[in-house]
Design a protein around this ligand. Structure first.
Ligand SMILES: [Zn+2]
Length: 387
């Protein structure tokens, strides 16, 4: 049973995690700032910072002196000796891994490109990548993993993603824990991307975020009141199967008119190719928006995406929409077009214009999000090794 009470030890843990988060995400760089932002006393902050320094998470640095101050103020930074975190992302057509520090600086990265034919082949690739990330590294504290959905976050399991050659039912969390004997934290790929964008990217300063990723599927990440939206069952949200036409195209999920049947990258690529009579690499079409045929198809994609996004926004009232994966190719004017259409059609909170932006980390949002699944545990006060 979930314990609802907060005892003093828990409170201490939460305050330590919060302090470290504010330093790692560069929102605070001194004890005074930490005290102001957290509302904790200077004495309490000094004690927490002392513990974080003693454990090797934080170091003191000299800040630039100002004319009025006689001595240089002391700043705080994440120590170069602080623990590192590995992340691995499972996708259609590839797996990718990173090793990064607590500030999301990438220290190593590698990708294996392949169409997966069975679960063993996929896990072999995950192990190869993770072996490379951990090779020669003594400071790795935890692994984060992320996968295309559907996933069960509670069970740490990839279920049966669509267009995935039947690969699925993989208990990825327990497999990684067993092999590497360290904590593993798992979530849906776009939920992970939403988290990293909120902590370090274009979602900073927002508590309610809707991230929409367009690739071979269409997925979403949702943060509500600063927390990732998880159902009690452990299933992550799936925007791709919101219907935008109840008389529409049948979908493999059993529904009709599903958003992703109209706007995913495979459909878009086919439409571009047919319109121009040339089969080019997908991203090249996005450099040809001066061609009326391409512009028309893109406007149609935006129109369809608006329907799906407005359906979600009318329930969620998100403060910002972030666009991930293949939306990275979009020229900025189409991002603006989507923003305008969404704001014309959304019902809730009409007086507030919702910004639409690309993700800061573009194609790396999901894999950095995977690593962030581990780092964010530290920010909640776990894994710190301080009693
Ligand atoms: Zn569907």
């Amino acid at each position: 049973m979930t314990k609802l009470g907060v005892n003093r030890d828990n409170q201490k843990k939460i305050n330590r995690g919060l302090t470290l988060k504010l330093i790692a995400t560069q929102q605070c760089s001194s004890r005074i700032e930490l005290s102001r932002v957290t509302g904790l006393t200077k004495m309490a902050i000094s004690q927490i910072v002392g513990e974080l320094i003693a454990k090797g998470y934080v170091v003191e640095v000299e800040k630039e002196s100002t004319a009025e101050l006689g001595r240089r103020p002391v700043g705080l930074e994440i120590s170069p000796r602080a623990p590192r975190y590995a992340g691995v992302q499972v996708q259609r057509g590839y797996c990718e891994a990173v090793l990064c520090d607590m500030q999301m600086k990438v220290l190593k990265s590698e990708r294996i490109v392949r169409e997966w034919t069975d679960s063993e082949e996929l896990m072999e690739a995950v192990y190869t990548l993770m072996d490379h990330m951990l090779e020669g590294e003594e400071q790795v504290a935890a692994i984060g993993a992320a996968s295309i959905g559907p996933v069960s976050v509670k069970e740490g399991r990839i279920i049966h993603p669509l267009y995935f050659n039947g690969v699925g039912d993989i208990p990825i969390k327990s497999l990684l824990e067993k092999r590497y004997e360290m904590p593993v934290y798992f979530d849906h790929d776009n939920q992970s991307a939403a988290l990293v964008e909120q902590l370090y990217g274009n979602g900073r300063g927002y508590q309610d975020i809707l991230l929409v990723s367009v690739g071979r599927g269409v997925g979403c990440g949702i943060l509500v009141d600063g927390q990732r939206m998880h159902s009690y069952s452990g299933y992550a949200p799936e925007i791709g199967h919101i219907s935008i036409d109840h008389n529409g195209i049948p979908c493999v999920c059993g529904n009709v008119g599903c958003l992703e049947r109209y706007v995913n990258s495979t459909v878009m690529h086919r439409r571009f190719t047919e319109a121009l009579g040339q089969d080019l690499e997908y991203h090249r079409f996005y450099t040809m928006t001066d061609r009326p045929e391409i512009d028309k198809i893109l406007r149609d994609q935006i129109h369809n995406l608006t329907q799906g996004i407005v359906n979600a926004l009318n329930i969620l009232n998100s403060q910002i929409v972030l666009l991930g994966m293949d939306c990275a190719y979009w020229p900025e004017e189409y991002v603006q077009l989507l923003e305008t259409e969404i704001n014309e059609k959304k019902f809730g909170n009409r007086e507030v214009r919702i910004p639409v932006k690309k993700t800061r980390f573009l194609y790396q949002s999901q894999v950095l999000g995977a690593a962030c699944n581990a780092v964010s545990q530290v920010f909640s006060g776990e894994l710190l090794g301080i009693s």
